[in-house]
Write a protein that binds this ligand. Sequence first.
Ligand SMILES: [Zn+2]
Ligand SMILES: [Zn+2]
Length: 254
Amino acid sequence: MQLQFKFRPICNKSSMEWGSAAHLNVKIRRSSLRLRSKKQLIQIAPRALEGTTRSYGRIDLRVQSCKYKYRGCKVKLEEEEIKAHEKECRYRWFKCEGRKFAAWNCSFKGYREDVMNHFRRIHPERTYMKVQNIIDMSMTFGRDSYDIELIQKRKQLFWFKHRLLSKEKIAYWLCQYVGPQDEALTYCYDFVISDEVRKFAVTELCYTDALDADEIYESGKCVVMTFDQIKSFMTGARNIHVYFRIKKNVKARR
Ligand SMILES: [Zn+2]
Ligand SMILES: [Zn+2]
């Protein structure tokens, strides 16, 4: 019994039988790998990736390259997973975010590297926000309204979005990362509304821009306030004092 524990393989245990030939093969393969130098292992790795199958014990699943491989994407996944990836791939085509979020009449379509240039050229008033901001935001409650801003943090891009829903008497704010979801979750944001004494503070995760902002709001994963809450923080001419900052999610596992 003790020996079995000693040689427990790290592969899928459901496909292995203790003491079987397959089990022994694993042990032999592992020990032979150990004998190889680091240099040799590096040479072997690319050849292994060239295959079209990924092995899970006895089951071989076909893997596909991302359809944006021609632009430099190196991701390879199973058929189901690759479709989901392609929707949020950083090399995909981007439409004008203002068109998506607020039905602007803008026909821009380009790559990620074109998005900031497009906004600076066509929607410059939407590019003034920084990674850290103090904003006096004026609020009008009688009608639906929105705000969308593009923020650059080094080479990364983020959308700051705000929507005021007059019928529901709700306002939401959120921040989306321009790129895949696994990268998005490595960022979060602080959102604070305060007056001289009171403070409403939320720290929330960034989600991929491939998601619809309303979907994120409906899932409850953004900053949401009722009109009454907002009014209770208003100063002077219907303004609220907002602090907004994008930061690294230190708990994120990559
Ligand atoms: Zn891709
Ligand atoms: Zn546009």
